[in-house]
Design a protein around this ligand. Structure first.
Ligand code: ADP
Ligand code: MG
Length: 695
């Protein structure tokens, strides 16, 4: 397959294939489900299942799997073959029931204690809005995952619910504004994905990368990212070959892989797709991360998706571009030529401003992870403080609304001189601030605080839900007023005035902003345990329960799952460090010290006049550091033992953050100092220089 259009979607049971392979009535029934969320009949499902199976078998498939996104943070699948006994032979079969519902044993997936152990059953249900696809001779069916008693056990169900919710609330508001022809609104998302690519041989020699996805030790290389020569630099041959194959694999799966380039740190890269509906974008991003890893293996490389694989150079994030579009094709976040007259745009903008202000804690929580703790607030990615950037034009418009002044945009001013050639609201004036965690970028918002490995379902269902909530409140205000125009204007002004503290157009990396944000009363949570302490605040539980996204019990379960997961991850990191310290680093430095000591006595045996200054001073320094290292190893070990005694989840997570993590950092510092003075031939691990500049 050489031509891209032929290759694109060849492994997907997409609309074209459905149209070709399904009877007209089945096709239109399925389309109604996909487009309008109408329930699907079993008889329709039977026909669809059979057509899917025929296609999959023709493509060489032997198995199918329900593919789902449990709370583990990675996707899950259980494969069943299509075989069905027929006398002493088998035939290939796949029923509508098997398509619609699966029953994987759910007992080992995290549920936060929702599911009693005797009730292990969990169900996967087909999500017809995301197309089935083929990988490795298996038909993959995107599904949602819940327990026997209906509790949500995955990330996709809340996303689907939140999309419905946002749609119905947005439609009601649009109807008030006179847009009666709109019947549905869709959330669109384009996630830009960062990653590191390193040589497999280097990876295999680093237990820290193998067990934790990040380096726990490692002295800085003489060169890092200070020359900015990697960002958008020309792509190395081996990386280019990887990227080419990655694109092709993604295209076959119908993923709209569009942009690829080198990122800021050495060995760091980015891939961005063209946006699609939030649901498909989520599935595709999960798929993308898996394919990135798989393709790397074939090139003798390893793709690292950890948020901070290497200290001292940038970590990896994900930019979640988010917007809302009507079924009539209108992007509700497009300000148009004259945002000052565009009440509909202003109203939706006001809803988002209010949502981000009132639920800034939730936005912070949704991007919290052990890995992302290394980035947020650590002076690289956006800070831990959530604020919004609107850009010069829109910022000025909002100010003029609040102050009740007439708005004069840059574009307008030019127009009066007769030289305006700008076709639309100027996008470039809104994209200059790369430090903002939540930036308006022309016709969408870009949420930039996500970590690279995060499942984007979570930030998107938070966003959808909080915006749906504000829209439903707007609707209550507007639905019965005699003069809609006046009421809308008044509501916009009141809302923007009340929530203007969340708007910040300056540099988010400065200390001045941290102080200013504190004055404004904005949240600044430095770590996952600190952020999650607010997850089950009353207003947050109310938000999700009122909008029917997840129940209070489910939220409490999620809270437990996250804190437990965090503590487990930090424990694995600490244990890995201890292992590396005791089994490799200590013996390596000791053998080097022995060599130095032997050299000193050998030299002394030859002649008293030979200088042993170099050996002695080095030996002295290493000896001192080794003493500190061994003591700090013991201190870390002690902290891990202490942590095991803690049975209160939040306290345990906080202990890991405040004590275990601190001791890990201290241990690392000493190791890195020793690394920079020890013979490279005896140091047990490849250096940062070798790893970061090795491909
Ligand atoms: P850049 O950030 O480099 O200027 P773009 O703004 O064109 O690039 O797009 C960045 C990402 O935003 C892409 O993944 C793109 O598909 C996505 N995007 C563009 N428009 C929308 C939209 N309406 N909704 C969601 N994502 C969008
Ligand atoms: Mg971008």
């Amino acid at each position: 397959m050489s031509k891209v259009p032929e290759m694109f979607g060849s492994m997907v049971f997409n609309d074209k294939k459905m149209q070709e392979r399904l009877p007209k009535s089945t096709y239109s029934a399925l389309k109604k489900t996909i487009q309008n969320g109408e329930p699907l009949d079993l008889s329709v499902a039977n026909v669809v299942a059979n057509a899917m199976k025929d296609w999959a078998v023709e493509m060489g498939c032997t198995h199918y799997t329900h593919w789902f996104q449990p709370m583990t943070g990675v996707t899950a699948e259980k494969h069943d073959s299509f075989i069905c006994p027929d006398g002493d032979q088998v035939i290939m079969e796949f029923s509508g029931k098997e398509l619609i519902k699966g029953e994987p044993d759910a007992s080992s997936f995290p549920s936060g204690g929702i599911r009693a152990t005797f009730e292990a059953r969990g169900y996967t249900t087909w999500d017809p809005t995301s197309p089935a696809f083929i990988r490795d001779t298996t038909l993959y069916i995107p599904t949602a995952f819940c327990s026997y008693t209906g509790e949500v056990l995955d990330k996709k169900t809340p996303l689907l619910r939140s999309m419905e919710r946002l749609s119905s609330e947005a439609v009601k508001v649009l109807h008030v504004l006179g847009k009666k022809n709109v019947t549905r609104v869709t959330t669109t998302v384009g996630p830009e994905q960062e990653y590191f690519l390193i040589d497999k041989e280097m990876y295999d020699r680093r237990p820290d990368l193998i067990y934790t996805g990040r380096t726990l030790f490692g002295a800085k290389a003489p060169k890092g990212q200070e020359l900015d020569d990697h960002y958008f630099g020309s792509i190395k041959t081996r990386v280019a070959a990887y990227m080419k194959e990655l694109d092709e694999e993604l295209w076959k799966l119908g993923v709209l892989a569009k942009t690829k380039h080198n990122e800021v740190a050495p060995s760091q890269h980015e891939l961005a797709p063209i946006f699609s509906t939030a649901n498909i974008a989520t599935d595709h991003n999960e798929l993308c991360m898996e394919i990135m890893r798989k393709v790397a293996e074939r090139h003798g490389l390893v793709c690292l998706l950890h948020e901070k694989p290497f200290a001292g150079v940038n970590g990896s994030g994900k930019h979640n571009n988010w917007s809302i579009t009507t079924n009539t094709g209108e992007n509700l976040l497009d300000p148009g030529k004259h945002p000052e007259d565009n009440m509909q745009f202003q109203l939706f903008l006001a809803a988002i401003v209010k949502a981000v202000d009132e639920y800034q804690d939730l936005l912070r929580i949704t991007v919290a992870s052990a890995g992302n703790d290394h980035r947020l607030g650590a002076n690289e990615a956006p800070p831990a403080i959530i604020s919004m950037y609107l850009g010069d034009d829109l910022g000025a418009l909002v100010e003029s609304i609040i102050d009740g002044r007439e708005y004069r945009s840059h574009a307008k001013a030019k127009m009066e001189t007769g030289v305006d050639v700008l076709p639309d609201f100027r996008k470039d004036t809104s994209d200059r601030n790369r430090t903002s965690p939540f930036a308006f970028t022309g016709n969408k918002f870009e949420f930039r605080a996500l970590g690279s490995s995060l499942n984007i379902a979570c930030p998107n269902y938070m966003l959808n839900t909080m915006v749906a909530e504000e829209l439903s409140r707007f609707y209550e205000v507007l639905k019965d007023v005699p003069d809609t125009d006046a009421a809308v204007k008044d509501l916009i002004k009141k809302t923007l005035t009340a929530h203007q503290r969340i708007i910040f157009n300056g540099d988010n990396y400065t200390d001045a902003w941290i102080e200013e944000a504190a004055r404004r009363g904005l949240c600044n949570y430095q770590s996952l345990p600190e952020a999650f302490a607010h997850y089950t605040d009353r207003k947050n539980i109310d938000l999700f329960v009122r909008n029917g996204i997840v129940s209070e019990a489910e939220m409490r379960a999620r809270y437990d799952i996250e804190l437990e997961h965090y503590a487990k991850l930090l424990k694995i990191e600490a244990m890995t460090m201890l292992d590396m310290a005791k089994k490799n680093i200590v013996p390596a430095v000791m053998s080097f010290m022995k060599e130095l000591a032997e050299t000193i006595s050998l030299k002394r045996g030859v002649s008293d006049s030979l200088s042993v200054y170099a050996e002695e001073s080095l030996l002295q320094r290493l000896s001192d550091r080794m003493e500190a290292f061994v003591k700090k190893t013991a201190a870390l070990e002690e902290a891990v033992v202490q942590a095991d005694q803690c049975d209160d989840l939040p306290a345990c997570a906080m202990y890991f953050r405040e004590t275990v993590f601190e001791r890990m950092e201290e241990l690392r510092t000493v190791a890195d100092e020793m690394e920079s003075e020890t013979d490279a031939a005896v140091w047990p691990y490849p250096s940062y220089g070798e790893i970061l500049f090795g491909v």
